[in-house]
Design a protein around this ligand. Structure first.
Ligand SMILES: Cc1cc2nc3c(=O)[nH]c(=O)nc-3n(C[C@H](O)[C@H](O)[C@H](O)COP(=O)(O)O)c2cc1C
Length: 373
């Protein structure tokens, strides 16, 4: 239970609006991107609109959608994850954006290519190859194909087309999924990127593909249309993986991305209160803001007392106070906070926090993940 004394403080700190380019978020609460697999054939329907609008109506300032596939044959690995291309899917997404706006929220799609995380033979394009920087999987030894120069151009163009479509269909920005061991992150990570051309080698070269995607997206949208880049140290299946061992290495990744046109970094960690590097208690979002001067979003077990990988093992978690989070927000360590499971479990989480109704907060039950609504 969150102590009652922190409730007015929570509303005061979280209710402050935040501006990022053409986007003004009415408070500091974002919904973290969470894959649902409720879009048969890749088309988000009215139920998807309702799912997000419900959270926006209850006070979430910025919805970051579940990952949505860009237009490349090898981008996906499920028939129920929404696409961000094709008239039907984009019309569905326009309806989602409209519903969220009507509920008072802002919304960005999370644009996604899974790269080597694709299962061979999986939909939506069953005969598409598994591709990545070097054909090296994140987990195990089952090889895929190393991407050719043409593949790189195709994927970059697919992200740019999706960015343009997001602006045209009424979204408030985009988020690029550069985290968790999916395609963009496979380039950043030395384990999966063994290339010897200009896209592999040192950290700056490994960041080149990501930076070219950011630059292509920047060219496809208005100058003030926000581009958020999501990144993480950890990978699905390897929670100890790191792409930056020091602030200097983190800066080597962030600088070309910022120069290419990224406006914000969404730094995915499993526990927001853990220091990222020795000698400071700044978390990854804190370091990214300090090093890049850009806006950052923090995430990881906000409002819960267990980290999210436990939920994949069927474990739930209790409600935890957010005092440490408020301390960090108050000193502008980062700008926004993304909330995942707490918002799945309780669509009213933001309203309850902002209105001080903390005694009504409900605990996260991992079973809720199978009936997300
Ligand atoms: C069911 C589920 C699906 C997720 N899908 C995505 C995704 O599509 N893209 C992404 O970047 N992160 C994804 N994540 C990670 C979340 O965005 C978030 O970083 C993580 O849950 C930690 O936040 P939390 O502790 O508040 O839940 C997912 C997490 C969960 C629980």
């Amino acid at each position: 239970m969150i102590p009652g004394s922190s409730a007015p403080r929570a509303s005061a700190i979280l209710a402050r609006p935040y501006s990022l380019g053409s986007l003004t978020v009415r408070n500091r609460i974002a919904m973290a991107p969470m894959t649902r697999e409720f879009s048969p054939g890749g088309i988000p329907g009215a139920d998807v609109a309702q799912y997000y609008a419900r959270r926006a109506a209850a006070g979430v300032g910025l919805i970051i959608t579940e990952g949505t596939y860009v237009n490349h044959a090898s981008a996906g690995t499920s028939d129920a994850v929404p696409h961000f291309h094709g008239e039907d899917a984009l019309a569905g997404w326009a309806g989602v954006a409209e519903a969220v706006h009507q509920a008072g929220g802002a919304i960005v799609p999370q644009l996604w290519h899974v790269g080597m995380a694709r299962s061979a033979g999986a939909p939506p394009v069953v005969d598409a190859p598994r591709v990545g920087p070097s054909g090296v999987p994140v987990l195990g030894s089952d090889p895929g194909q190393a991407m050719t120069a043409e593949d790189l151009d195709d994927v970059i163009a697919a992200f740019a087309a999706a960015a343009g479509a997001a602006e045209a269909r009424g979204f408030d920005g985009i988020e690029l999924h550069g985290a968790h061991g999916y395609l963009i992150d496979q380039f950043l990570w030395a384990h999966t990127n063994r290339r010897t051309d200009g896209y592999g080698g040192d950290l700056v070269s490994r960041t080149r593909f990501a930076a070219e995607i950011v630059a292509a997206c920047r060219s496809a949208v208005s100058a003030d249309f926000p581009i958020i880049f999501r990144m993480s140290q950890w990978k699905m299946g390897d929670y100890r993986a790191r792409i930056a061992e020091s602030p200097q290495e983190l800066e080597a990744i962030l600088t070309p991305l910022a120069e290419a046109g990224a406006d914000a970094f969404h730094c995915s960690t499993r526990r927001y209160w853990l220091p990222e590097f020795e000698g400071s208690d700044l978390n990854l979002a804190g370091w990214a803001k300090k090093l890049s001067g850009k806006a950052t979003i923090s995430v990881g077990s906000v409002g819960l007392d267990s980290e999210f990988t436990k939920s994949f093992r069927g474990e739930g978690g209790g409600v935890a106070d957010i005092d440490a989070l408020l301390d960090r927000l108050e000193r502008d360590e980062f700008d926004l906070v993304a909330v995942g499971r707490a918002l799945l479990a309780d669509p009213e989480w933001a309203a309850k926090i902002l209105q001080g109704r903390t005694e009504e907060l409900t605990a996260f039950d991992a079973a809720a993940m199978s009936t997300l609504h």
